[in-house]
Design a protein around this ligand. Structure first.
Ligand code: OAD
Length: 252
C-alpha cells in the first residue's frame, strides 16, 4: 500500500463513527487457519484427501446425509488447532473499543474476533458452539459433541441421528440475526471488507449493498470479482495492512 492510500484510509477511519467490518477466512490465515479458495486453502486440501464430487460438497447437506465422515474429520482438525487472534483481529477489536466500529459481520466460525475482544459480532455462517440432531433437531452444545469428534467418532443423538454443528451448510437457512441485517442494512460511514473472496451469497451481498452507499476498503491478497465496486482495493497481507493503518492512527 502506498503512503498516500494509507493516509486516505487512516483519514476515512478517523472521520468515521459507524464502520461496518465484513470478514472472511483470509483474516485468520495469519492465525494458522486455512482459507477456502487459495492455492493452499481447505478446498484443495480436501480435494486431495477425499473423493468428494467437488470440494464444496464437504459443506452440503445432501453429501453430509450420505457421508458425514469427511466433515467430522475436518471438524476434528479445526477443533484441535490452538489458534490465537491475528494482529488484524486485534486491530478491529481496538477500533470497536475506540467507538469506530459499530458491527463486525464475519463468515468465519473460529471465534477469533470475539477472542480478540470484539463484542458486536454477527457470525453469518453460524457457529461450532451449538449443534442439533440432523434427524429430530434436538439441541446440543459443542461440549456434548466435542469428545466424540476429537475421538474420531461421529456424534449421535439419543434418537440415533447424526448431530450436526450449527455452521451454515450450502442450502441451509442463514441465521436470523444476519437475515435481519441483510434486509435492513445498518447505517455505515465506511465498510472494511477484509480477507474474503466475496464469492458466497447472500453474505457477500450484505457487504456489496453497504459498499454501494458508503466508502469501502477491500483488502485481500487475491483480487475479488467486485474490486471495481470498492473505493480502495489493497492486494496485501491483512496484518501488514492493519499494522500500517494502526500506526498512522496512533500517531494522531
Ligand atoms: P475464501 O478462501 O474464498 O477467500 C479468502 C480471501 O482472503 C482470498 O481472496 C485470499 O486471497 C484472501 N487472503 C488469504 N490470506 C490473506 C492474508 N493473510 N491477507 C489478506 N488476504 C488474505 O474465503 P471466504 O471468502 O471467507 O462458507 O469464503 C466464504 C465462505 O466460503 C466461507 O465462509 C465458507 C466457504 O464455503 C461455508 O462453508 C458456508
Amino acid at each position: 500500500m502506498d503512503t498516500s492510500t494509507a493516509q486516505k484510509i487512516a483519514s476515512l477511519i478517523e472521520a468515521s463513527k459507524k464502520i461496518i467490518v465484513f470478514t472472511g477466512a483470509g483474516i485468520s490465515t495469519n492465525s494458522g487457519i486455512m482459507d477456502f479458495r487459495s492455492e493452499n486453502g481447505l478446498y484443495n486440501f480436501v480435494n486431495e484427501r477425499y473423493e468428494l464430487p467437488y470440494p464444496e460438497a464437504l459443506f452440503e447437506l445432501d453429501y453430509f446425509a450420505k457421508n458425514p465422515t469427511p466433515f467430522f474429520e475436518i471438524a476434528k482438525m479445526m477443533l484441535s488447532q490452538d489458534v490465537r487472534p491475528s494482529l488484524c483481529h486485534e486491530f478491529i477489536a481496538w477500533l470497536e473499543a475506540q467507538q469506530k466500529v459499530s458491527l463486525t459481520v464475519t463468515q468465519n466460525i473460529d471465534m477469533l474476533h470475539q477472542r480478540a475482544g470484539s463484542k458486536r459480532v454477527v457470525e453469518c455462517h453460524g457457529t461450532f458452539q451449538t449443534a442439533r440432531c440432523f434427524s429430530c433437531s434436538s439441541p446440543y452444545s459443542l461440549k456434548d459433541v466435542e469428545a466424540n469428534v476429537m475421538g474420531g467418532e461421529i456424534p449421535r443423538c439419543d434418537c440415533g441421528g447424526v448431530i450436526k454443528p450449527n455452521i451454515v451448510f450450502f442450502g441451509e437457512a442463514m441465521p436470523e440475526t444476519f437475515m435481519k441485517l441483510l434486509f435492513n442494512p445498518p447505517a455505515a460511514d465506511l465498510i472494511l471488507v477484509l480477507g474474503t473472496s466475496l464469492q458466497v451469497q447472500p453474505s457477500s451481498q450484505f457487504a456489496l449493498d453497504i459498499a454501494s452507499r458508503a466508502p469501502s476498503v477491500c483488502v485481500s491478497l487475491a483480487p475479488t470479482p467486485y474490486d471495481r465496486r470498492m473505493t480502495h482495493v489493497i492486494h496485501e497481507d491483512l496484518d501488514e495492512f492493519a499494522a500500517a493503518i494502526w500506526d498512522r492512527l496512533n500517531k494522531h
